[in-house]
Design a protein around this ligand. Structure first.
Ligand code: HXC
Length: 504
């Protein structure tokens, strides 16, 4: 009876409400993510500690959170799921204690932690004790950062403290029409600022997947979301002392993805760099992260010869692949993730540089752009760079150049490595000759072509040893595979320090 009551959550009515709003219950969610029959629940009989506002008369099963351990693809994980049917999944003192206990477990056992968030935030009736609970969770999130993978799933309206813990974790998953995240909801915004907005427009799944960048994975249903989680877990190691589990090597599907058909012969034509990645990696499987946000840079996991690898690639289809405030943030964080978890980095370069403009300057493109320089320089995992086409100015340096300690830099014959594009360069350095020429337009063309011949190729950089090899595009997979093999046991160190001061 006691067991039944505890497993019943907030009761039939509340469970029915949860289901009619298209949501699974906390336990249903957990067993859908984990391998069949692998879930072991703990602390089922924990009771809440609230005394005020008649809380002592209330029974909150499990204090609104389900915690335990299980496996995904046979690999161990610790997991918790907030139960919205019990006091709106709000976080009281014992609720927080349960989460902290499973977090401590994950740290001690060095296994990934998955948190399913469906909560109205700090339990208002418990006052400072619920705030203390959040503080304890945030502290643990921070200490665990870079030690064990931390995955957050937002499956309900999450407010206040309920969104800060996910923000401190590595990956945030959201589901259309179900996930909402905000510090303060529409009602508070209306009261304080007089602005009106719906919950969906303020902090719905699409908003966080495409505008704020708070979410890394977007899906249309909880089921699809759980499949994404299983996929993600397959690419990452259990902890920072391990490497991701290798898979059986597979060749790319080269019938579908041929580099010479994907990469345009006209240097001004855009292409989808994701297809280049697919032409290089095992089974042409690319697991993209944040695919709706700052699309001018592409990040994600794939495998080469069975081993996990993180890709950072400029996307010529969007804003010519420039680095700007958001794409710098996106790339830098991912680089640090791969570095923390021993995942080699492959960077594909084709960009005209950092994005100029008043907006960008005022939004701090200097500070945000510097994050990419910092993250690549700091990273000690194997770093392999392939320059496909443009590598101009700061973009050349930032995209894991030799100077930021790439282990191998390869360039296709189409690579153009220069301070800026030939047109811009010719206009500046040959300004007087062009102006005073009998036919300025003809002279401009001549000078552009002269500049192109001199600098817009990979051979000047190769002559200085900044490019290790000029390779045919079709050889890219072989060169990257070889580089990964050679660098597999790389040990690189940085000077002893408490920590650096990255341009956060
Ligand atoms: C106590 C809460 C609660 C909370 C919801 N409930 N949030 N109880 N503390 N924070 C309870 C409701 O009273 C209700 O109980 C049940 O959960 C379901 O909530 P509903 O409002 O009926 O659900 P819904 O209409 O879906 O709205 C969900 C919601 C809304 C948007 C989350 O409940 C809401 O706005 N809650 C408050 C959000 C908030 O401001 N949280 C505090 C943040 S401050 P009954 O008994 O009626 O079923 C914070 C501080 C930490 O977190 C900051 C750290 C940096």
């Amino acid at each position: 009876m006691r067991m039944q009551d505890a497993l019943g959550g907030g009761g039939e009515q509340a469970v029915e409400k949860q289901k009619t709003s298209g949501k699974m219950t906390a336990r249903e969610r957990i067993v859908s993510i984990l391998d069949e029959n692998s879930f072991h629940e703990y602390d089922l009989f924990v009771e809440h500690a609230g005394k005020d506002f008649d809380m002592d008369k209330k029974y909150l099963p499990g204090d609104g959170v389900v915690t335990g351990t299980g496996t995904i693809n046979g690999w161990p994980v610790c997991i918790f799921a907030q139960d919205f049917t019990v006091a709106g999944g709000s976080l009281g003192y014992m609720h927080a204690k349960k989460i902290c206990k499973i977090m401590d477990h994950a740290m001690k056992l060095k296994v990934p932690l998955i948190g399913i968030n469906d909560s109205g935030g700090a339990r208002i009736q418990e006052g400072v004790n619920s705030l203390a609970g959040y503080g304890e969770i945030f502290y643990r999130n921070t200490i665990a950062s870079g030690v064990i993978p931390q995955i957050s799933v937002i499956l309900g309206p999450c407010a206040g403290g309920a969104v800060y813990s996910p923000a401190l974790t590595d990956f945030v998953f959201v589901v259309e029409n179900i996930s909402k995240m905000f510090i303060t909801g529409p009602e508070v915004i209306k009261a304080v600022l007089g602005e009106e907005i719906s919950m969906e427009d303020l902090g719905g799944a699409k908003v966080h997947a495409s505008i704020s960048g708070n979410a890394h994975f977007f899906s249309k249903s909880e089921k699809e979301c759980f499949e994404q989680i299983k996929q993600l877990v397959s690419y990452i190691p259990w902890n920072n002392e391990k490497k991701a589990e290798p898979f059986l090597p597979k060749a790319p599907r080269t019938r579908q993805y041929k580099i010479d058909q994907i990469f345009p012969s006209n240097p001004l034509e855009p292409y989808d760099v994701r297809n280049i990645i697919k032409a290089i990696v095992d089974d042409s499987e690319f697991f993209e992260i944040q695919n709706m946000y700052a699309e001018n840079i592409v990040i994600g996991f794939a495998r080469i010869n069975g081993d996990s690898v993180g890709f950072v690639a400029n996307q010529p289809m969007v804003l010519a692949g420039v680095l700007d405030v958001d794409s710098s943030d996106k790339a830098a964080r991912f680089i640090r993730y791969c570095d923390a978890f021993n995942i080699p980095l492959v960077s594909l370069v084709d960009l005209p540089g950092y994005l100029p403009g008043i907006d960008q300057e005022h939004m701090g493109v200097i500070r945000h752009g510097a994050k990419v320089l910092y993250a690549y320089s700091e990273a000690t995992v194997p770093k392999i760079t392939v320059i496909l086409r443009k590598a101009y100015g700061g973009g050349y340096i930032a995209m894991c150049s030799n100077h930021l300690r790439a282990d191998f830099v390869f360039a296709w014959p189409t690579a153009e490595i220069a301070v800026m594009g030939p047109e811009g360069a010719a206009n500046i350095i040959f300004r007087n000759e062009i102006k005073s020429a009998e036919n300025p337009e003809e002279m401009r063309k001549k000078k552009i072509s002269e500049y192109k011949k001199k600098f817009a190729n990979p051979y000047v950089a190769a002559a200085y040893g900044y490019v290790d090899a000029v390779i045919e595009p079709a050889e890219t997979r072989n060169f990257v595979m070889h580089a990964m093999k050679i660098a597999a046991n790389k040990r690189d160190s940085r000077p002893n320090k408490k920590h650096g001061i990255p341009p956060f």
